[in-house]
Unconditional design. Structure first.
Lengths: 517, 263
């Protein structure tokens, strides 16, 4: 007897079909993962039958023996409160900021009509999800907890009323790699102990591999392929499934063919960065402490670490795009001037590409103006036609058609916007690119194509790359060397092979274990 | 579409009527019709009747609307210019500059501003210019805060950092990237400032501190109407209605624009 069975499910939003003929079943203690790119309808298939999305569901969704489709909103609400738990992507926005964890947990506990829990009950519940100091946590407000702790608290709330089914919509996407594994392991143990059925939604095949029993691969609202997770990941049957599996970088991929490296290009020596702590006290918050890095011509260096480890701050200090307390950056032996005194020549050496492709482009500028901006300032000698020529040339280089020059950023998809950002970085012919999580906000297939593009540029332009990422598998694809950061310090550095095969620092070992799973 | 434009359309109709209709009327706002003192509604020659000294109320309402809107628009523009420049500088430079500039704003906020405007009127005498300056000088505070907040948020946006990497000087980043992206929100607050200023102006005029007779404004008309409301309620209701209509329509339009931009 399955806990939850969906058959022939269609979901319409404003009359438009977003999910068509989706079917899957979830057994007790089993984990079924819906995977696919953004807009593939995976969240809609999960939430619409429970009345948690604006979509209108039709078809069949059997919860135990109850048919959800056509149920009244109040019966659905009752059922959600009694038998189903939900965990969402953003742990901070899912918690109410002005109520303590204890109050919110107690509220969740009583949702299904249970009596108010004692403090001891709540402490046990928090202990169960692996939250440390549960006694103190009950009286704390959500902002005091870190991302991983918040997600644990949310899971505690989602299972407080002892549901039969837990629906987790991208529960780990906002967390970094090692936390991701911990949360997935927690969900695994809950399934084992309570026989809880888990319906997981994820865009990341690597995140669900090893945890999900069944995979349902969605594309444009339709099931592309489904079956046991192990089989589907090893030998996908559909062309799309093969693409998706191939595009997901894995640590076990064979070592890539990387370009030769040349003379030393950049050396950052003893960089320190701190920020003033908000509030009245004149304390400073240490972000980067005594970090040194070198980069050679044509070399790619991955800077990996958890969120908040100071990767971006260090990279921005090196590129003179962020604050710096102390330390030197040498460029072929010459010392780079401070942020405010960078000359045109110096600025054109290093160009950045950021994580969020749409936020990196001024919404009010056309693509042609965005790409031409560095030329206008760094190459004032160029006349307008020459500039336009270079813009066309670089658009071609990032595989975008000429007519994109007249578009506005809102008319671009995420992958296209990131290509425009790369084109802007390339147009002034820098010797080094600073890629700050440049592919993490993109869908797997799109990210794979952007990585292909970067790989080609690396070979063609002999570019040095400083590649910031939290994902070691991605780092392995492009980078000669890896530097690992933790709490503002570089704790380990070495060749990619060496770090992945024999990590010495426990933090690195944890990161690698997380990427292997 | 039509629903969202209705409020602005109403204000536009009122403003255009206030601009072009008065010269076409047989009576000016200050001319006295000795034969029709306190004429009722729809009296011959006086559509809205006349006031206690026989001045045509239609002409006076239209001229009053014109004065009120002109004061409001000018004061809101003063607020926009001072507020945007002040807020942008404070937000962009940050640190001690920001601290000093915004504490000054806080200090001015703490002053009972109606009292300050009244004091200015008393010291320098009543003049329409002074009403502009007085109100504008107070209303820019909110604008400065809004713009500063926007600038601080934009300053950390990747496209601004990318512009720095592209070698753009601060002045270019401010004028090319930051201000255009603040403009929408500033415009929304401009729309919200206008009705506020209309209120303040009317209030000052009601107290007898606004524009000088025989020139009139909606506030003066409401006051005169209120003095005579037991005999001629329409003399209060007509200018009062126009005033309320303008304030409500501009507030709705401004809030809609703000909500759309801050999404």
């Amino acid at each position: 007897m399955s806990i939850y069975a969906v058959d022939g499910l269609d979901v319409r939003i404003d009359g438009k079909v977003v999910v068509e003929d989706v079917h899957f079943t979830v057994e007790a203690g089993q984990c079924v993962a819906l995977v696919g790119e953004s807009g593939s309808g995976k969240s809609q298939s999960c939430l619409a039958p429970f009345g948690l999305s604006p979509g209108i569901a039709s078809g069949s969704a059997l919860f135990g023996e109850t048919e959800l489709i056509g149920m009244s909103a109040s019966t659905l609400r009752h059922l959600r409160g009694r038998d189903v738990g939900f965990v969402f992507q953003h742990p901070l926005t899912a918690l109410t900021p002005h109520l303590t964890i204890g109050i919110q947990l107690s509220e969740a506990w009583q949702r299904g009509g249970a009596p108010a829990p004692s403090r001891g009950d709540m402490i046990t519940a928090l202990e169960r999800v692996g939250l440390d100091e549960p006694d103190n946590r009950l009286d704390q407000f959500p902002h005091r907890l870190s991302g991983g702790q918040r997600q644990r608290a949310l899971i505690a709330m989602a299972i407080a009323h002892k549901p039969k089914l837990l629906i987790a919509d991208e529960p780990t996407s906002a967390l970094d790699a090692s936390l991701r594994t911990e949360i997935m392991l927690l969900l695994d143990s809950l399934r084992r102990e309570d026989g809880l059925a888990l319906l997981l939604v994820s865009h990341d095949l690597a995140a669900v591999a090893g945890h999900a029993d069944q995979l349902v691969m969605l594309r444009d609202g339709q099931v592309e392929e489904s079956g046991p997770a192990d089989r589907l990941l090893a030998t996908p049957q559909s062309a799309y499934g093969r693409d998706l599996v191939a595009a997901t970088p894995k640590l076990t991929d064979p070592p890539p063919n990387l370009p030769e490296t040349g003379a030393r290009l950049m050396a950052a020596e003893n960089i320190h960065v701190s920020f003033p702590r908000p509030g009245w006290r004149r304390e400073r918050l240490r972000a980067v402490a005594d970090a040194s890095l070198t980069l050679h011509e044509g070399e790619a260096l991955a800077l990996v670490g958890g969120s908040g480890s100071g990767k971006s701050t260090l990279a921005r200090a090196i590129a003179r795009l962020g604050p710096k307390d102390a330390g030197l950056v040498r460029w072929r032996g010459e010392t780079l001037p401070e942020r405010k005194h960078m000359s045109r020549r110096h600025r054109s050496l290093i160009q950045p590409v950021f994580q969020d492709p749409t936020a990196s482009l001024d919404p009010q500028w056309r693509v042609s103006d965005i790409i031409a901006e560095p030329l206008r300032h760094l190459r004032p000698d160029l006349a307008e036609p020459a500039r336009a020529g270079l813009v066309r040339q670089v658009l071609q280089e990032v595989d975008l058609p000429d007519d994109f020059a007249n578009r506005f950023p809102r008319e671009l998809s995420g992958g296209q916007a990131q290509r425009v950002a790369i084109a802007r970085a390339l147009v002034s012919e820098p010797e080094m690119l600073l890629l700050d999580e440049a592919t993490s906000a993109l869908d797997v297939l799109v990210a794979g194509r952007v990585l292909d593009l970067l790989e080609r540029l690396q070979h063609e332009r002999n570019l040095a790359l400083l590649f910031i990422t939290h994902d070691l598998a991605v780092a392995k694809r492009l980078c000669h060397r890896i530097a690992v950061m933790e709490a503002g310090e570089i704790i380990e550095e070495g060749s990619t092979q060496q770090i992945i095969a024999a990590p010495t620092h426990p933090v690195t070992q944890k990161l690698i274990a997380a990427s292997r799973a | 579409m039509t629903r969202s434009r209705l409020p602005l359309l109403i204000v536009a109709i009122i403003a255009i009527a206030a601009l072009i209709v008065p010269p076409l009327l047989p009576w000016t706002h200050s001319a006295i019709d000795w034969d029709a003192v306190r004429a009722p509604l729809f009296a011959p020659g006086h559509l809205f009747g006349t006031d206690t000294v026989g001045r045509d109320l239609l002409a006076r309402t239209l001229v009053g609307t014109r004065v009120t809107l002109a004061v409001a628009l000018a004061a809101a523009l003063v607020a926009l210019v001072i507020g945007t420049v002040w807020g942008a500088i404070a937000g962009w430079y940050g640190g001690k500059v920001d601290e000093a500039m915004m504490r000054l704003v806080d200090g001015l906020y703490a002053l009972p501003f109606m009292f300050v405007v009244i004091l200015l009127m008393v010291v320098f005498g009543r003049s329409i210019i002074l009403v502009f300056i007085g109100i504008g000088a107070v209303e820019w505070l909110t604008m400065a805060r809004v713009v500063r907040g926007q600038v601080i948020a934009l300053k950390e946006r990747p496209f601004v950092i990318a512009a720095e990497a592209a070698g753009a000087p601060s002045s270019r980043i401010l004028t090319g990237h930051i201000l255009p992206n603040v403009a929408g929100v500033a415009l929304a607050y401009l729309l919200l400032t206008v009705p506020q200023v209309v209120m303040v102006e009317s209030f000052l005029s009601f107290l007898g501190l606004g524009v000088q007779e025989p020139l009139t404004s909606l506030g003066i008309l409401v006051k005169e109407g209120a003095d005579d409301m037991d005999l001629q309620p329409h003399a209060l209701l007509i200018p009062g209605g126009v005033l309320v209509l303008i304030i409500i329509c501009l507030t709705i339009a401004g809030e809609r624009l703000r909500d759309r931009l801050s999404r």
